[in-house]
Design a binder for this molecule. Structure first.
Ligand code: ZN
Length: 142
């Protein structure tokens, strides 16, 4: 069995933002030469997340609007009170959303290609930007 590990960065430009990273990920899968296996896309941050869904800027707005209904940015959070005055730490909403959506997705690889559906894209979710984020990709198989 072969393992390929690669990372890339995502520069976000807003507090809340969704970025399609499918092309970066599929480039790594093609380069790996792995035909049958599994792909893991993982982000190592506590205030971001990764999901799979459709690339539609209006849907991105809808998703972000629902996320901040679930965990409003301006709300009394113990985490924010503890870090009052610490720059960049008024972000409990982002921790909560990150923990609900999760930091990774797994996709099967068959015949050298990801088995994403026609409308499925791998989406990076920024909840506390703008920041430079890392994404780790692991491809395993043969
Ligand atoms: Zn925090």
């Amino acid at each position: 069995m072969k393992h390929v590990n690669e990372s890339f960065t995502v520069k976000t430009s807003k507090r809340l933002e969704i970025i399609d990273i499918t092309n970066d990920v599929e480039k790594i899968v093609r380069k790996s030469g792995i035909k049958e296996g599994i792909l893991i896309v993982f982000e190592p941050h506590t205030t971001a997340a990764i999901t799979i869904n459709e690339n539609d800027p209006d849907l991105f707005e809808d998703l972000l609007n629902v996320y901040v209904k679930i965990a409003p940015i301006e709300q009394r959070y113990r985490h924010n009170l503890k870090y009052a005055g610490v720059p960049g730490e008024q972000n409990a909403h982002a921790h909560i959303i990150s923990s609900l959506i999760k930091p990774s997705v797994t996709v099967p690889i068959t015949n050298g290609r990801t088995q994403l559906g026609t409308w499925q894209r791998i989406l990076f979710i920024e909840m506390d930007g703008p920041r430079t984020r890392s994404v780790h990709v692991k491809v395993m198989g043969e």
